[in-house]
Design a protein around this ligand. Structure first.
Ligand SMILES: Nc1ncnc2c1ncn2[C@@H]1O[C@H](COP(=O)(O)OP(=O)(O)O)[C@@H](O)[C@H]1O
Ligand SMILES: O=C(CO)[C@@H](O)[C@@H](O)COP(=O)(O)O
Length: 559
């Protein structure tokens, strides 16, 4: 471990901007000790039914209000510093991580278009959250054209870019609200936008530019390719381009305005933006090749460093330096995990057993396979390996004897099968996954963790911090402040992990192999063209919802 003198005795702040809230964490540079934390819930949370002004939104939309992010700086950061009881003058840097691809259109000075009064009532002027899935037809167009033209970059995205990513979301804006598209001088990840708010300098980070923005080998897709998608889209890259920073770099220093919001000293280092999943590799001491981190919360992201770029079918992407400089970072993911369990608790579990804790307790008391169920975990579409957000969930094997805890357990298991599919896809492509570290809120569910160990047949290491992303951001802040020369060294000193907490049980693992074979069969049948019933149902639903909205508008006009 080597530490650069000077900043090493101070503190850093990591801020994790999640789906519903932002969390700030004050950390000691010397050893990563977590001294104080605070959370601020977003006032507008996820905007999916109607804009704050009342305008209704179509299905599959998910927006956010950028001022909620500023509120995290105004409230959570000072509260975390107060909780830590440290002298703010000894804080030497701040780093952030964000959900991604969470992206917004802005004016040239960074003003979000939804804060421009005449554009406030326009849905496309707001932040599109990562789980905004209404851009699927646009992702389909990008993918079809990329294959037709044999674009070299499509292999770096497992053969398909996701509807969640920047190009699909940008195309949707152009198609549905060309004026908002035209007014957007910049189209920027929220990760980079909040860094801009902190230091007054617009930068882009290699992580989001690579995974969410199709930047490979120093280039975005060509203007020619973009014009072939739509002549009006040829200039899209000019809205994305900006000074590109490696992870751990210093984007700038804290402005007087941001110092007033946060109570931190003006002029301290502000680290380049990062993604909640990728930044967690640092806190989980998982920046060496072959150690995969699964960050399990509302969704799961899987990130692993590799030594070379390989084409893993259906992965989210591989990016040079995307997790840490000097390695090829791979990402895959499942768009719904805790959200699926949450859906069951909120919508399907009867009173009396409608809590994760109670259902988990009841679900644990049965041998593997006794419920007779297999589920597909596509309640929020499929991000890897099928990359289609029009797919949906299903449960096979229901009978009159099926109990709520049986369904709950089948849902837990379905997500473990989804993770095993991803690990096997990496292995098939020659990307080693020697080791798994689990991070995120779901690590507290012991049954779930044991199921993952049994299904994947791997020992599970568990991150030793309840704040993996925020600690990772603090580690990046320490590097940006010059306290450590590299993320590797900072991660070694400040990150922590409990090794082999859950081990696979051979009998349960064998029993799960049989269920996993059924999952694979269903996965391929409903996801790889055996029967496109899910896609047809989605089209029928969309048509019905559109017709109802048109009727409503006509009634209002007549009325
Ligand atoms: N005991 C539990 N078992 C399984 N799932 C849970 C449990 N408690 C919460 N969840 C689910 O976990 C998710 C929240 O995870 P968390 O890591 O806290 O959030 P985020 O992904 O936003 O950081 C929610 O979707 C919730 O339904
Ligand atoms: O997709 C990514 C990262 O690439 C995540 O930000 C996204 O799944 C949101 O993650 P959370 O489950 O809200 O932590």
């Amino acid at each position: 471990m080597s530490r650069v003198d000077g900043a090493g005795d101070g503190y850093v702040v990591g801020v994790d901007f999640g789906t519903l809230s932002g969390r700030a964490l004050v950390v000691r540079v010397r050893d990563g000790a977590e001294l104080g934390t605070a959370v601020h819930e977003y006032r507008d949370a996820v905007i999916s039914a109607a804009l704050p002004g009342g305008r209704p939104l179509p299905p599959d939309w998910a927006l956010q209000n950028p001022d909620d992010y500023r509120d995290v700086l105004r409230h959570a950061v000072p509260a975390a510093v107060a909780a830590a009881g440290v002298d703010p003058a000894r804080i030497v840097g701040i780093g952030i991580d964000f959900t991604a691809c969470t992206v917004l259109p802005t004016l040239a000075d960074g003003t979000p278009l939804c804060e421009v009064p005449e554009l406030r009532d326009r849905p496309h002027s707001w932040v599109k959250l990562w789980k905004h899935h209404a851009a699927q037809p646009h992702a389909d167009r990008v993918n079809a054209l990329a294959h037709e033209r044999r674009e070299p970059w499509i292999g770096r995205y497992g053969g398909k870019i996701s509807a969640e990513w920047q190009f699909a979301k940008g195309l949707q804006i152009l198609a549905e609200d060309p004026e908002v598209y035209r007014r957007a001088d910049r189209f920027i990840e929220a990760a980079d936008w909040i860094v801009w708010e902190l230091c007054g300098v617009e930068t882009r980070n290699v992580c989001t530019a690579g995974y969410k923005g199709i930047r490979q080998d120093g280039h975005y897709p060509s203007a020619d390719f973009l014009a072939a998608l739509d002549p009006g889209f040829a200039d899209f890259v000019t809205k994305l381009d900006g000074p590109l920073l490696p992870l751990g770099a210093r984007a700038g220093t804290l402005t007087a305005r941001a110092a007033a919001w946060t109570g931190l000293p003006e002029g301290i280092a502000v680290a380049a933006g990062n993604v909640d999943a990728h930044v967690t590799a640092a806190s989980a001491q998982a920046v060496r090749p072959g150690r995969m981190v699964a960050i399990m919360g509302t969704s799961t992201c899987h990130v692993v460093n590799g030594t070379h770029p390989a084409e893993v079918a259906g992965m989210c992407g591989v990016v040079d330096g995307g997790i840490s400089p000097g390695a090829w970072g791979y990402e895959a993911g499942q768009s719904g995990v805790g959200d699926i369990f949450g859906w069951f608790v909120a919508n399907a579990a009867p009173a009396g057993v409608d809590s994760h804790e109670r259902l988990t307790e009841l679900a644990a008391a049965q041998p593997v396979g006794a419920h007779g169920l297999v589920a597909l975990d596509w309640w929020n579409g499929n991000r890897s390996l099928l990359v289609n957000h029009d797919l949906s969930g299903m449960i096979v094997g229901l009978t009159l004897a099926t109990r709520p805890q049986d369904v709950y357990r089948a849902l837990l298991e379905s997500t473990a099968y989804g993770t095993r599919m991803i690990i096997e896809a990496f292995a098939d492509a020659g990307v080693a996954v020697d080791d798994l570290v689990i991070a995120g809120g779901l690590t507290t569910n012991e049954l779930l963790m044991q199921i993952y160990a049994d299904v994947t047949r791997r020992p599970l290491n568990i991150i030793a911090s309840a704040q993996g992303p925020a600690l990772g951001s603090a580690i990046h802040a320490a590097v940006a402040a010059g306290a450590y020369p590299t993320i590797h060294e900072a991660s070694e000193a400040m990150g922590r992990v409990h090794e082999a907490v859950y081990r696979p049980d051979p009998d349960r693992a064998r029993a799960y192999d049989a269920l996993y074979a059924e999952y694979r069969a269903l996965h391929d049948h409903f996801g790889r063209g055996g029967d496109d019933v899910m896609l047809r149902l989605r089209a029928i639903r969309n048509a019905a919802v559109d017709a109802a909205a048109r009727n409503q508008t006509e009634l209002e006009v007549v009325g």
